[in-house]
Design a protein around this ligand. Sequence first.
Ligand code: CA
Length: 232
Amino acid sequence: MSTAKIVVIEDESDILELLEYNLSKEGYRVASARDGEDGLRKVRKEAPDLVLLDLMLPGLDGIELCRRLKSDPLTRSTPVMMVTAKGEESDVVLGLGVGADDYVTKPFSPKELLARVKAVLRRGPLKEERNGKERIAREGIVIDAGRHEVKIDGEPVPFTATEFRLLHFLAAHAGRVFTRDQLLGHVVRGDAFVIDRNIDVHIRAIRKKLGPHRETIETIRGVGYRFKDGGE
Ligand code: CA
């Protein structure tokens, strides 16, 4: 049983009850709020391990609330999982753009939701230093940041600087979805010489080089890309 604390911010009573019931049953301590302002207060007061955030809320909406949480040093590292209406891909892109860590779409099964919650909690609070992780090994893919080297099934494979940065960034944050803009922002920040600003082109090249492990980088339709989380 987990004793992690979760703040749920949701204005629809039946969804809120469904979330409270399933999370409590799993042993999580749950605090809930039905609007954005109260949600913000609860997160500051409770310092939870995770925030489940509905996007369409009365008053302060989910996007604005997420933006505030992520710009406040007190709450910045608290993972936020958005709960969005199905098919609202633009909401997902917006949410990830303001720093949300993951999302689930309604309607969700309790089983799916709990698996996602567990995965986000396992990753723990966001740590910037994860970026600097020296060596990442995952199912035949070894990324060595110190040597700037990638080995696929034991064989070194040459990656361009941009491809390497992109692969390393995705792998260091396995399980998280990033939008193309976020990925571009990351690769451009460190390297003024990114020749092609089209992330899809770089991803295609990386996948080709990953060969049999190409599916480790998943396309999240309408949203972006994710390096498969190996923990399940
Ligand atoms: Ca709502």
